[in-house]
Design a protein around this ligand. Structure first.
Ligand code: NAP
Length: 277
């Protein structure tokens, strides 16, 4: 999606996938810095490790406690740090790395675009309390949801998130277990659904799917998980996690380039790459 976006904007840039072992992350970031990379994306397990490696942290990385995007910045003659893109003709002597996090915004933007859902005042059943589940819970709380129901196989992890929300967002009611009444949104942040023989992440006996429930599955491969299929059969609105992937990427694109991301081009490139259509 990034290469398609660079081409659409006429930028002579390339997005490459590289592997680095966690113990070499510092060297990898340093290598990218001295070779004049504009930025980087990081994935698990580098997101947490990078917090202690980058030279500075944007507020987004501080809030979410993880770095998924790095921007390299040069020091201008008047001492300001500016994105490297602004130095194309005259490379700076001093370059620093700045860590950002675009994951949480990616989810909120996708819920808005794909389910047409504004989160303020909504009641949400969140399945899963791993890395993505925790970020989702905190993002939903910052967006002003009224109530969150946290369900996870390992109860203690849901409890930890509940405690964090009660401490930092006292206006959001955070419960453990399935709600007794209806919700506006069911959000799957477990990895159940990645494999064809996975069980549903939702206990349908405890909480049956209804047409009034919008269901979002963070999984995007397969395009339709068993949960999304069941939700559609029940008559509810559904969306998969492709939009979340798209929007976290679009935000990173804007951080590096300073340009508005060409969302349509990026979505088409993703769909072609992931689903072959
Ligand atoms: P993670 O930290 O490993 O968490 C996995 C979650 O799934 C935990 O809540 C775990 O429960 C639950 N789980 C795993 N196997 C289970 C099983 N057999 N039965 C019940 N629960 C089970 O992973 P993550 O980073 O949070 O990612 C979670 C999902 O979100 C993945 O499918 C990932 O692909 C997706 N994701 C999508 C995007 C996107 O851009 N669309 C971004 C990030 C993540 P326990 O706590 O009990 O282990």
């Amino acid at each position: 999606m990034h290469n398609a976006a660079f081409a659409a904007l006429g930028l002579n840039w390339r997005y490459l996938a590289c592997e680095a072992r966690p113990e070499n992350l510092r060297a990898a970031i340093e290598g990218a810095r001295v070779m004049g990379f504009m930025g980087l994306n990081l994935t698990v397990p580098h997101k947490l490790l990078a917090l202690d490696i980058v030279d500075a942290l944007d507020v987004s990385a501080k809030v979410w406690g993880a770095v998924n995007t790095i921007r390299f910045e040069g020091r201008s003659t008047n001492g300001d740090w500016l994105p490297l893109r602004l130095f194309e003709k005259d490379p700076p002597v001093e370059i620093r790395s700045v860590g950002f996090n675009t994951d949480a915004d990616g989810l909120a933007n996708s819920l808005r675009e794909d389910l047409k859902m504004e989160l303020r005042g909504k009641r949400v059943l969140l399945l899963g309390a791993g890395g993505a589940g925790r970020s989702a819970a905190l993002k939903l709380a910052t967006e002003g949801v009224a109530e969150l129901f946290l369900v996870n196989r390992t109860h203690s992890k849901a409890l930890e998130i509940q405690t964090e929300i009660q401490k930092n967002f006292p206006s959001v009611r955070a419960g453990l277990d399935y709600p007794k009444t209806d919700v506006d949104l069911i959000l799957n942040a477990t990895s159940l659904g990645l494999k064809p023989d996975d069980t549903l992440p939702l206990d349908e006996k405890a909480f049956p799917l209804r047409p009034t429930h919008a269901v979002y599955d963070m999984i995007y491969r397969p395009a339709e998980t068993a949960l999304l299929k069941a939700a559609k059969t029940a008559g509810g609105k559904t969306a998969n996690g492709l939009g979340m992937l798209l929007h976290q990427g679009a935000k990173a694109f804007e951080i590096w380039t300073g340009e508005t991301a060409p969302l349509g081009v990026m979505r088409r490139a993703l769909e072609q790459n992931i689903y072959g259509n």
